[in-house]
Design a protein around this ligand. Structure first.
Ligand SMILES: Cc1cc2nc3c(=O)[nH]c(=O)nc-3n(C[C@H](O)[C@H](O)[C@H](O)COP(=O)(O)OP(=O)(O)OC[C@H]3O[C@@H](n4cnc5c(N)ncnc54)[C@H](O)[C@@H]3O)c2cc1C
Length: 374
């Protein structure tokens, strides 16, 4: 079968792109190396900025039916001692386990017509041909939605040479006495962790810490949550790197494949969904505006999507990367709790609609094809 687009990776980015392209009638193939449902090193918090995108594609009703937990606020702790407690004013962050979330989005895309091949690992790309662990597939457009260690970015020469990253993230489901409905973010000398409920019965912990430290994630957990017991730990890295080029016209990167955000602010899933929708809409515009204009527009819009958010995210990263610096900043924040509250509300605030462009999606001229209705 001939495909119009091949998408590598079925996380939130890949499945959002598959949904948008399939609903617009494009023959879309998604190649995913895991077998779903699969778990993921993640805090599982969805920023409310996702809701307008889900609403736009008629996904909100089914999204609301997924097992979830509505987070009521954010508690910032320094070495286990709360220094700021902030209850969300309006919009609530929602946690959904990634095995559940990613499978649901994949099903929505499959329902729209996308073909999924699970258990297939992409190993090479030669022009239009994607080489995998189970044969070769061809398409004129390839989307790299394969996460922070994107092979698509590397094979398409969109990545920079690999840079060392001195931090690693760990995740586990924990059994811990009730922590209420807040996400607890604890900053300690080796790094920080977030712990929060993810549904009616389960609690999740993610730890980001220096790769050089001798302490294990288990030891860190027991230091601050002595009564907690947990299931096996999973890890991932890098935690940060420079942004990569997002497209060369043939290959388009979305989500973590293009840019990684500091996990603490919980914006990675939103950014994957939003950048994937943006890339898909630009790809759909190619017959009308040409590949060069579509790619240039995606580059600009992608920069704007991350724009000011990256500034805050980078400040958070800068504050946390160094132990002495993070201690000083936390000591200061004790006296300015409203600064933390403002930042938390800002991170959760709705995205500004892009009024500069006719369709609000980000193309710099009205689309010639009708935008499908969900
Ligand atoms: C510790 C930590 C906590 C986080 N907490 C949050 C949070 O609370 N909220 C939030 O919004 N974000 C959080 N994030 C970020 C979030 O997890 C990512 O931003 C998000 O998963 C990016 O989605 P994606 O679709 O781009 O990539 P991914 O979700 O990483 O999906 C990539 C997919 O590609 C597949 N793949 C990779 N290589 C290949 C290959 N060669 N062939 C085939 N398939 C392949 C993988 O199996 C995977 O399914 C956190 C990140 C970390 C590290």
């Amino acid at each position: 079968m001939k495909y119009d687009v091949i998408i590598v990776g079925a996380g939130p980015g890949g499945s959002t792109a598959a949904l948008v392209l399939s609903r617009a009638g494009k023959r879309t193939l998604v190649l995913e190396r895991s077998i779903f449902p699969r778990s993921k090193v993640c805090g599982y918090s969805l920023n409310p900025r996702c809701w307008p995108i889900f609403q736009k594609y008629g996904l909100m009703q089914r999204f609301n039916q997924l097992p979830h937990f509505d987070i009521g606020g954010f508690t910032l702790e320094q070495e286990g001692t709360p220094i700021v407690r902030h209850s969300f004013r309006a919009q609530r962050t929602r946690t959904v386990e990634r095995g559940v979330l990613d499978q649901w989005l994949a099903r929505e895309a499959q329902e729209a017509g996308a073909i999924y091949r699970f258990g297939v690992t992409v190993k090479g790309i030669v022009q239009r041909c994607v080489e995998t662990s189970s044969g070769n597939y061809e398409a004129p457009i390839i989307i790299g939605a394969d996460g922070r260690n994107s092979i698509v970015a590397r094979l398409s020469h969109l990545s920079h040479p690999s840079e060392p990253c001195g931090r690693v993230a760990w995740q586990a489901f924990v059994d811990v006495p009730s922590l209420g409905d807040h996400v607890h973010m604890n900053v300690f000398p080796e790094g920080y962790y977030g712990v929060n409920r993810i549904d009616a019965t389960r609690t999740n912990i993610t730890i980001v810490m220096s790769a050089a430290t001798k302490a294990t994630p288990q030891e860190i957990m027991h230091r601050y949550l002595p009564e907690a017991t947990c299931q096996p730990w999973k890890s991932v890295h890098p935690i940060s790197r420079r942004p990569w080029e997002v497209t060369n016209g043939q290959t388009w990167l979305v989500g973590d494949a293009a840019r990684i955000l500091e996990p603490l602010t919980g914006e990675g899933i939103y950014s994957a969904v939003a950048s994937a929708e943006m890339a898909a809409q630009h790809i759909l515009s190619i017959p009308e505006v040409g590949v060069t204009a579509a790619a240039a527009s995606y580059r600009r819009q992608h920069r704007r999507l991350y724009g000011s958010r990256t500034l805050v995210n980078s400040m958070v990263r800068w504050a946390l990367e160094d132990s002495l610096r993070s201690t000083r900043i936390m000591n200061m924040l004790r006296h300015f709790p409203s600064a933390v509250s403002h930042m938390v509300e800002w991170v959760q605030s709705p995205a500004k609609p892009n009024t500069q462009f006719a369709n609000g999606i980000g193309l710099e001229k009205p689309l010639a094809y009708p935008l499908f209705q969900p």
